[in-house]
Design a protein around this ligand. Structure first.
Ligand code: NAD
Length: 381
């Protein structure tokens, strides 16, 4: 069996799906591994390191696509790549099956078996494959570092002979995986941190990191969706959060906002008035930008200066920390591969709950019912 590691082609992507250190257990099973030249450079993994680990390096992307039985990726590759895939190949990555299912149509028809890392069920057994959490952890950290870098103030309180500098005040909205890492990072830098989440359960975790949890009375509405996620709120309930956010923004130097509801556009929580209430020089990092953003002024991927307030809306922060983002992602991929590779051969058992949940398409048809519905809607409209 041949496993291929491709150089990612999405603009600004620096991560790689597997690092040289990931290959040992795969090679030990007799799997051949071929790496596209340059695939790991941005993550500090040079071609030579892959060769030394036992892989072959090629510059011939087309023949790698045509011969690989197994292709772990970071992002889905384009239609031209998909058209060259070996029929029956297994492709795994952040395939965006719910955001852009039609972009996978060529690979589905080839046919190939597609697994999406976004769809890996968040159950205990699959925690080691939870690439969304891995990347959210990196994003939460990097958002605070980016904000600290842009802020014209210091984060920690300093008591010097020249006087005392007060600590920066950081407000984190959404205390899920990214938000909690943002809180921890801001606390480590010495900031005073407040956080808000609709899920009351997040309060204890926020407080355990030394931050203050801001509660909103939602008038008895349950904000808990399934699986630890938030539910989509009514406009009235959202408004209560928006009011709290506007009040808190006025004394915050930095806002990191991460609020998301799975499968829905990000809730619009930050009004223009909240930005206008912030001091010039303050920084807002909207980590929900890939889902449209939490701030009504956010333009995904665009940096703005609104009356002196810097609004960052990054689309791929993990790519700015490629070494560790790739390391975490590669471990998630390796753990996933352990479910579909037995003794060096592909063995895909779709009765396995994790594989069934993550499978987008198999044998030429979509397996995931939500993807099937989206594709059907696109062909009938
Ligand atoms: P996410 O990215 O979907 O959302 C981020 C946060 O935004 C969540 O905490 C959510 O409650 C919050 N939010 C949504 N709407 C909001 C609103 N209107 N106002 C304020 N906040 C709002 O979530 P996530 O970070 O991926 O994970 C969320 C939960 O899932 C956490 O409880 C986490 O512990 C749990 N989780 C479980 C597993 C597992 O069991 N394997 C893995 C990862 C995460």
């Amino acid at each position: 069996m041949l496993l291929g590691i491709l150089k990612e082609t999405a603009p600004g992507e620096t991560r790689v799906a597997l690092l040289p250190e990931s290959l040992k257990s795969l090679l030990a099973q007799g799997i051949q591994i071929t790496v596209e030249s340059g695939a790991g450079i941005a993550s500090g993994a040079y071609d030579q390191a892959y060769t030394e680990a036992g892989a072959t390096v090629t510059t011939d992307r087309a023949s790698l696509l045509a011969t690989a039985d197994l292709l772990p990726l970071v992002n889905a590759s384009g239609a031209a790549d998909q058209a060259s895939l070996k029929p029956g190949a297994v492709v795994i990555g952040f395939l965006k099956p719910l955001d852009a299912p039609h972009a996978l149509a060529t690979a589905i028809a080839r046919p190939t078996t597609l697994f999406s890392m976004e769809l890996v069920p968040r159950i205990s057994r699959a925690q080691s494959m939870d690439a969304l959490s891995s990347m959210a952890t990196v994003s939460g950290y990097k958002a605070v570092i980016a904000a600290a870098d842009r802020l014209p103030r210091l984060f920690p309180m300093l008591m010097t002979a020249a006087g005392t500098i007060p600590p920066a005040r950081v407000f984190v909205i959404g205390a899920g995986v990214a938000g909690l890492q943002a809180i921890a990072t801001a606390r480590r830098l010495g900031a005073v941190v407040e956080a808000y989440d609709v899920r009351a359960a997040a309060g204890e975790q926020v407080r355990s990191l030394g931050a203050k949890f801001l509660d909103v009375d939602l008038g008895g509405i349950s904000a808990e969706g399934g699986g630890g996620y938030a539910a989509e709120l009514t406009e009235e309930a959202l408004d209560r959060g928006r009011d709290l956010i506007t009040r808190t923004a006025a004394h915050s130097d930095v806002i990191v906002t991460t609020a998301q509801v799975p499968g829905r556009p990000a809730p619009r929580l930050i009004r223009r008035a909240a930005i206008e209430a912030m001091r010039p020089g303050s920084v807002l990092v909207d980590l929900a930008a890939p889902a449209g953003g939490n701030c009504e002024l956010t333009q995904p991927g665009v940096e703005q200066n609104i009356n002196g307030v810097v609004l960052l809306a990054p689309l791929n922060l993990p790519a700015e920390v490629p070494v560790h983002a790739s390391q975490l992602y590669a471990r998630n991929i390796l753990n996933f591969l352990a479910l579909i590779v037995r003794k060096g051969e592909l063995s895909v058992d779709l009765s396995d709950e994790v594989l069934a949940g993550a499978c987008v398409a198999h044998n030429g048809s979509p397996v995931n019912p939500r993807v099937a519905k989206l594709l059907e809607a696109a062909t009938t409209s």
